[in-house]
Design a protein around this ligand. Structure first.
Ligand SMILES: [Zn+2]
Length: 142
């Protein structure tokens, strides 16, 4: 029987899920995909500056697992920047905490703080109904 997959906790999804070199059509670019758990590892260790043990605890994984995750995440990010690839952030066995919505026009993700909703997107200014936005992550695969 396969071991049940443990979901890794993600406290904050990326604001945008695609970064690409300007003026080069997406279809012509090499793609590098960072999973949401790899993104969270970079966010905690390199953006928030946490020690690996603390970051592992926040993600509900072991410290060695966190170290492997951050190494893979840094390698992929470096690869995208150095080689001029599009960096896409998606997938992974994750639990995204909190209440977020994605703008239907620009794809920007924002959190609903204290249950409040947005009248317009904070990135592109488009008016939108938070109840009618796209999901932050695809359905979980077990
Ligand atoms: Zn927007």
């Amino acid at each position: 029987m396969p071991r049940p997959r443990k979901f890794r906790r993600v406290e904050r999804p990326p604001a945008f899920i695609c970064f690409k070199p300007r003026a080069v059509p997406f279809r012509n670019l090499k793609k590098v995909t960072l999973s949401l758990d790899e993104f969270e590892a970079i966010r905690l260790a390199d953006h928030e500056g946490l020690e690996h043990a603390e970051a592992a605890d926040r993600m509900n994984i072991s410290r060695p697992t966190f170290t492997r995750l951050i190494e893979a995440a840094r390698h992929k990010t470096a690869q995208a920047i150095v080689e001029g690839a599009a960096l896409i952030i998606e997938g992974g066995a994750v639990d995204v905490e909190g209440d977020f919505c994605r703008c239907p026009r620009c794809g920007g993700v924002r959190e609903h703080r204290r249950g409040g909703h947005h009248e317009r997107c904070g990135y592109c200014g488009t008016e939108h109904d938070c109840n009618d936005t796209q999901p932050i992550t695809e359905e979980k695969q077990s």
